[in-house]
Design a protein around this ligand. Structure first.
Ligand SMILES: C[S@@+](CC[C@H](N)C(=O)[O-])C[C@H]1O[C@@H](n2cnc3c(N)ncnc32)[C@H](O)[C@@H]1O
Length: 269
């Protein structure tokens, strides 16, 4: 584990419940697309890595797959276990998983590779636990940021807060371009074959106060920025959030935040 891993772990520590109500709903959008892309069906031995509160595991269980799920954060493991009692849910983390070689027909890592300190080593581990010709499906957030992700830096800047001071950065020699080509290149470097990447766009609809409540509870990188501020500064940031998020408001009063995932599907040799 390097310092990036430690910072990322801290972002979720004890926060599974708020994750499930906020970012978990965002992360759930591409799940059916990813499961289709890796061909999850009845009997598939599926590993859901970085399972969070179990969106992938639950959807795969509904397809009749034999699901194993793993996450380093205990509060995530507890919620995923309750939500998907048919699955084997364990504590574990990349880049070293508690499974034999060739144990799974398919592996899904939904918005997890962006949380590990050594993405290439993590992919090598996912290839190890996949059987020959098994399929990997993964998503990450693209760069440059979508309007959804770009909202927070805009809010901090408008409030005069240096967000970079509290955001974890991957070591330059471990990083890769968060584009279709950059992700495809990393998978090829990790010796996956038949690599395909594409962008999956959507609009995330969410109540503005609910969307604020995740970072306000310290969740994810932007939550860590908020957690480092005084109450007066947080109040100023909230005013800027209310002002800038209003441009995404639709008739229901919700925000409709344009976003996208980079989706990769690849095959173990
Ligand atoms: C953005 S959440 C996504 C959760 C879930 N996959 C979903 O789609 O809702 C990222 C998850 O990755 C987990 N995670 C962080 N570092 C990890 C690592 N090194 N190995 C495996 N999972 C990790 C976090 O605990 C968190 O549950």
């Amino acid at each position: 584990m390097n310092s990036f891993d430690e910072r990322m772990r801290h972002n979720y520590a004890g926060r599974a419940e708020i994750f499930e109500r906020t970012f978990g709903k965002l992360c759930a959008y591409p799940v059916p697309t990813v499961l289709d892309a890796v061909g999850v069906a009845a009997g598939t031995r599926l590993l859901d890595v970085g399972c969070g509160t179990g969106s992938v595991a639950a959807a795969a269980r509904d397809r009749g797959a034999a699901v194993t799920a793993v996450d380093p954060e205990q509060s995530m493991v507890e919620i995923a276990s309750r939500r998907v009692p048919e699955a084997t849910v364990l504590a574990g983390e990349l880049p070293r998983l508690p499974f034999e070689d060739d144990a799974f027909d398919a592996v899904v890592a939904n918005f997890v590779l962006n949380h590990v300190g050594d993405p290439l080593a993590a992919l090598g581990e996912l290839r190890r636990v996949l059987r020959p010709h098994g399929r990997l499906g993964l998503t990450i957030w693209p760069q440059p940021p979508t309007p959804l992700h770009g909202l927070w830096p805009r809010v901090f800047e408008a409030a005069g807060v240096d967000a970079n001071a509290n955001v974890a950065r991957l070591a330059a020699d471990k990083d890769f371009e968060r584009t279709e080509a950059g992700l495809a290149g990393l998978l090829a470097d990790a010796k996956f074959v038949e690599v395909e990447t594409r962008t999956v766009p959507w609009k995330h609809r969410v109540d503005p106060e609910l969307w604020w409540s995740g970072p306000a509870a310290g969740l994810a990188s932007f939550g860590q920025v908020l957690a480092a501020q005084t109450p007066e500064t947080v109040a100023r940031i909230k005013r800027e959030y209310d002002r800038l998020s209003a441009e995404f408001r639709v008739a229901t009063g919700e925000l409709a935040l344009p976003t996208a995932a980079l989706l990769a599907v690849a095959v173990a040799p």
